[in-house]
Design a protein around this ligand. Structure first.
Ligand code: 5GP
Ligand code: MG
Length: 188
């Protein structure tokens, strides 16, 4: 049952796949791995927003390496739960990645097209290294061969919302990851 103090839209969820407590524990564990792997590297964290906003914010607070942050915006889900066409970079980064160790952070690895395209682009711009970190991985949906270096949770092939992930820009503020009741997936 949703807490009486939680967002009212928690009631739109049919099922919770990942609880706030599980997210917190996993983010802490991922942060520790990153702290070890980047201990002697100056890191550039690049978040793919809006989806990775909350995950990145929580991850950053666990990271101890000196780092810089930039964001970029990629778009393929225009409405609904299906990607429309190939991903497009609709807002470029401000920092120069040349010679830097880039950690690309996204909310979810689905077909793999977005991260494959963005990682390729950052390599082409001369980054010293590019690794990828995703909170969620829907392996069953992969359309291009791509695996992330750091994965929070593997989830089944369902469209999920919460903790940064939206449906038509809603539900990003839910503290957990869940599946909506079918009636809320209807296009408005
Ligand atoms: P890919 O290019 O890997 O197919 O898509 C990645 C992007 O699609 C993610 O960054 C996310 O914005 C969106 N996406 C894929 N699956 C889901 C999902 O289950 N829920 C939500 N809200 N977005 C998703
Ligand atoms: Mg996204």
């Amino acid at each position: 049952m949703p807490s009486p103090k939680g967002p009212p839209e928690l009631r739109h969820l049919e099922r919770v796949l990942v609880s706030p407590q599980a997210i917190k524990r996993r983010v802490a564990a991922l942060g520790e791995r990153l702290n070890a792997d980047y201990a002697r590297k100056d890191m550039m964290v690049v978040a793919i927003v809006n989806g990775a906003l909350i995950f990145t914010a929580d991850l950053l607070r666990v990271l101890r390496s000196p780092l810089r942050l930039d964001c970029l915006r990629a778009s393929s889900y225009h409405t609904g739960t299906r990607a429309v066409g190939e991903p497009r970079i609709v807002d470029q980064m401000k920092l120069d990645v040349k010679g830097h160790h880039v950690l690309l952070v996204d909310d979810i690895l689905d077909t793999g097209k977005t991260l494959a395209a963005v990682a390729g682009l950052i390599k082409d711009k001369g980054a010293a290294s590019v690794r990828t970190c995703v909170l969620l991985d829907k392996k069953a949906r992969r359309a291009v061969p791509f695996e992330a270096d750091y994965v929070g949770f593997e989830i089944p092939n369902e469209f999920v919302v919460g903790y940064g992930l939206d449906f038509n820009e809603r539900y990003r503020n839910l503290p957990c990851i869940g599946v909506l009741k079918p009636r809320y997936y209807r296009e408005k």
